[in-house]
Design a protein around this ligand. Sequence first.
Ligand code: GLN
Length: 538
Amino acid sequence: MPRTKYVFVTGGVSSSLGKGIISASLAKLLQARGFSVTIQKFDPYINIDPGTMNPYEHGECYVTDDGAETDLDLGHYERYLNVPTSQANNVTTGRVYQSVIDKERRGDYLGKTVQVIPHITDEIKYRVKLLGNTGDYDFVITEIGGTVGDIESLPYIESVRQLKWELGDQCVVVHLTLVPYLAAAQELKTKPTQHSVKLLLESGIQPDIIVCRTEKPLNESVRNKIAQFCNVERNSVIESIDAPSIYQVPLLMREEKLDIEVLAKTRTAYNKEPDLTKWESFLYKLEHPKCTVNIGLVGKYTELKDAYKSILESFIHAGTENLCKVKVHRISSECISKDNVEEKLGEMSGILVAPGFGDRGIEGKITAIKYARENNVPFLGICLGMQCAVIEFGRNVLGYTHAHSTEMEPRTKYPVIDIMDDQKDIDDMGGTMRLGAYPCSIREGSKAYEVYGKLNIKERHRHRFEYNNKYKDEYEKAGMIASGINEANDLVEIMEIPTHPWFIGVQFHPEYGSTVAEPHPLFSAFVGAAKEYRSEPV
Ligand code: GLN
């Protein structure tokens, strides 16, 4: 069996340089050459997973098929590679310590003092190699969260040092840094990069490849200087220039030969060029839209661009399917009222009400849905968005005054959304929601069936509340039907209004399943309906 090669991606100088995108782009290039690749993210915080953090702390929480609540970078990995990730692809310090402490209590280290080195680093190394040891991958790319020099990253950096020493040319370290442009001096500056490489060297790691994030092209002298002062070959200095779309980065990395450098350094034989035909045709469509569609994204985290990351990316994928540019307008649900809803949403071609938790902004979401329903504006409700659609219909069509979800109003007279039975006795908040992929059966002849073109689907979930089946007959009679059901527990997964041109609410999260290679059918159909309803020139 050929040996799995390990690529580590570290970051220096600043956070937010795009380690996730560089890792995913490199993976894409290797995959396009016929290698099997997976990417994992190691996060230095002490939470077991990001599931209990709010989006202000951590952006979106991404959910895998096997129900892991993970870092949003895993979303990029899936969108680029079109291969599902799993629990093993996201490791946190919390998880590492938890398993070491569990082993200590079991007596696995009897007689020993348990220490960061070797016990924590051994656990990190074990987890780095876990996916590689399955034999399924030629390359395992490990992105180390945080920035070199952070106190909490130290055990990870030390583990990388040990692995590099143990694995030799089976292992390569790619260091991503910033090369800032100083307008006053009209120069790109290499000193921050030199310093961050020095920091890595202090920890015993000589990076093999340096990827330089920059606003301006790196000239020869800058490249030479970085090579010379950071002890890397000239070809191993890779430019990563700001791009208008993250989806262009694999092509930029191909031009810079990042994949070839990795193949050379790991002594991996290769004979073909990366086949990016499909990727390029996606990019072509992205760059040549024929019209514009305006979508109102109603949620409470409008100022945070990472809070709805997967939704925004799904719209980009769906736009290419419909040959249109999707302009997403993030509209704060807290600012929507009966009096201004027309002004806020009147220009939109479609309205999406976002997932979420808690009471804040809930009435604005319900008002937005009423507007979409009454004015025949295409509507997609996701998770809490679907639950709000049920509440709105209950209140305004069925006359259930103050109908609500028991999440917001535990004593409501009409609990049209209620806690799931198996959630009632749960006290711990971490990792206890209904998480991951579950099957859903679709009703023949429904809009959902038209969208998916099949009767059985699987979608990912993250919720504790559900549609209350007690009210199902009344809803169906009044015109809101359950068109998708999880048969194992009779849980309603999809609601729709057949008399409306396009009104669908889903309990699951289609946004986690949209990739460049396979845009999600719900998003594609929603954008298609929005385009038909109203579109503008580009
Ligand atoms: N708060 C709702 C629930 O727990 C919806 C969750 C969501 O939108 N992800 O059921």
